[in-house]
Write a protein that binds this ligand. Structure first.
Ligand code: AMP
Length: 381
C-alpha cells in the first residue's frame, strides 16, 4: 500500500532547528515545498531558511500539535525527540521515519537489541544498571571496553574507555551511575557509514559507503569513494537495507559501522535522519541526502545516488576555528576554486560546535582529502 504522494506546494514539518533541519528545508524549498520548524529559541539555523518557525520547547505538546496540524508530514532532525512529542505530532500528521526506529535509536541498549534482532553484527556488549551488574558485564565483554550511557549519547558524549575491571566501577560512577552498556572495544581499521532512504512504496536507495575520520570522537573528515572491497560494500548495503526494511522506514537514515581487518563489519549505531557523513552528497552526488529525505517522506520516487565526480571529501568546521581576533579567513579557504563552503548560520561559536563544512570534488580520494584539509587549515593560517 502506498499513500498518495505529498506534492510540491505542501508544507513539511521539522522537529529541531539545527543544521540538518536547515539543509532539509533548503532542499524542500528548492523543490517548491513550504517548511515549518518547531525549535526552542528563535533565529535557529533551520528557522532562518524555513517559512515558519514555531519557538517552543519539545515538551510543549500544544505547540507540537499546532505544528503537526499545519503540515502534511512531520520529520525530525535529531533523535532525542521525547516520546510524548512523537505521539502528539502523530495525532495530526504522519511521522517519518516512524516512531519505532526513533525509540530504538534513543537508547543504546534498545538499539543494540533491535539490531541484533535483525541479525546484524554488533559488538559484544552487556547492560550495566546496578553495581551488581559490573562483574558479570566485565566477564562477558572483556577489556579494553567502552562504557556508554544508554540514553542521550552522541559524538562520544557519555562514554569512557575502560582498560580493566578495576577501573569499571569508577567509570560507571563518573558517567552518572545510570543505565549503561559496556561494549567491547572493536579493533577497527576504519569507520564507514551508509546513508540510505526508503520510499513509501518500499523502494530503497543507498549511497556508496563513506569513509569517516573522527577527531576527539567527533566526525572530522569524510571521503568517497571509501577504500573497501566490492564484498564489503555489498555487506554494508545489505546492512543499510536490513535496517530500512526491518523498521519499515519511510525516510532516510544512516548506519555507522566499524570495518575490521578481514573486511567484516560491526554496526556501531543508527541515526534515523540525515547524517554529517552524508553532507558531501550536496556537492558530490546527483541527489543530496536532504533532497532524498524530502522525496522519501513525501512519497515521491527516490533520486539517483550516483556520484557526480570521481571523488569527494568533506571537512567539518567546528567553533574552535573562530578566534577572539576575528572570524576564519574565508577567502583563503576559497582560494582553491573547487572548495565549496557551507555555513549553518549559528550565532554562538563554541569549541566542538558544528558551525559548517567544506566540500571538495576532485580527481581521486587522496586529492580531495588533501585539498579539503588544506582549505580548512588556510582558515586559521
Ligand atoms: P558513538 O558515540 O557510539 O558514535 O562513538 C563515537 C566514536 O567512539 C566512534 O565513532 C568510534 O570512533 C569510537 N567508539 C565507539 N564505540 C566503540 C567501540 N565499541 N569500539 C571502538 N571504538 C568505539
Amino acid at each position: 500500500m502506498s499513500a498518495a504522494p505529498i506534492l510540491p506546494g505542501a508544507t513539511l514539518g521539522v522537529l529541531g532547528g539545527g543544521q540538518l533541519g536547515r539543509m532539509f528545508a533548503l532542499a524542500a524549498r528548492r523543490m517548491g515545498y513550504r517548511v515549518a520548524v518547531l525549535v526552542p529559541g528563535d533565529d535557529s539555523p533551520t528557522g532562518q531558511v524555513a517559512d515558519r518557525e514555531i519557538s517552543a520547547r519539545y515538551d510543549d505538546l500544544e505547540a507540537v500539535e499546532e505544528l503537526a496540524r499545519s503540515v502534511e508530514v512531520v520529520s525530525f532532525e535529531f533523535e532525542n525527540v521525547p516520546s510524548a512529542t512523537v505521539a502528539a505530532a502523530a495525532r495530526h500528521a504522519p511521522l517519518r521515519p516512524p516512531g519505532a526506529l526513533l525509540h530504538a535509536s534513543q537508547n543504546r541498549l534498545r538499539e543494540k537489541r533491535a539490531l541484533g534482532g535483525l541479525g546484524l553484527p554488533v559488538a559484544p556488549h552487556a547492560a550495566v544498571e546496578t553495581p551488581d551488574d559490573l562483574g558479570a558485564a566485565a566477564r562477558r565483554v572483556g577489556f579494553p571496553a567502552i562504557l556508554k550511557t544508554a540514553a542521550w549519547g552522541y559524538d562520544g558524549k557519555g562514554q569512557r574507555r575502560v582498560e580493566s575491571e578495576a577501573g569499571l566501577e569508577a567509570a560507571w560512577r563518573e558517567l552518572g551511575a545510570g543505565p549503561s552498556v559496556l561494549e567491547a572495544e572493536v579493533p577497527f581499521v576504519a569507520e564507514i557509514s551508509i546513508v540510505g532512504a526508503r520510499g513509501l512504496d518500499g523502494e530503497v536507495a543507498l549511497y556508496e559507503p563513506f569513509l569517516n575520520h573522527h577527531a576527539a570522537h567527533i566526525l572530522d573528515v569524510t571521503v568517497v569513494p571509501a577504500p573497501v572491497t566490492a564484498a564489503t560494500r555489498a555487506e554494508a548495503e545489505a546492512i543499510g537495507r536490513a535496517v530500512l526494511e526491518g523498521f519499515d522506514v519511510a525516510g532516510l537514515l544512516c548506519v555507522e559501522m566499524f570495518l575490521l581487518e578481514d573486511g567484516g563489519l560491526v554496526v556501531n549505531e543508527v541515526a534515523p535522519r540525515p547524517h554529517n557523513s552524508g553532507h558531501l552528497t550536496i556537492d558530490a552526488h546527483v541527489t543530496s541526502q536532504f533532497e532524498q529525505q524530502v522525496r522519501a517522506v513525501c512519497g515521491l520516487p527516490l533520486g539517483s545516488v550516483d556520484r557526480l565526480g570521481p571523488a569527494a571529501a568533506m571537512a567539518n568546521l567546528l567553533g574552535d576555528l573562530w578566534s577572539p581576533e576575528g572570524p576564519p579567513r574565508w577567502p583563503a579557504a576559497l582560494a582553491d576554486p573547487a572548495v565549496r563552503l557551507h555555513l549553518y548560520g549559528k550565532g554562538e561559536m563554541r569549541p566542538g560546535r558544528k558551525m559548517g563544512h567544506l566540500t571538495v570534488v576532485a580527481a581521486d580520494a587522496a586529492e580531495a582529502e588533501r585539498r579539503v584539509r588544506n582549505a580548512r587549515s588556510a582558515l586559521v593560517g
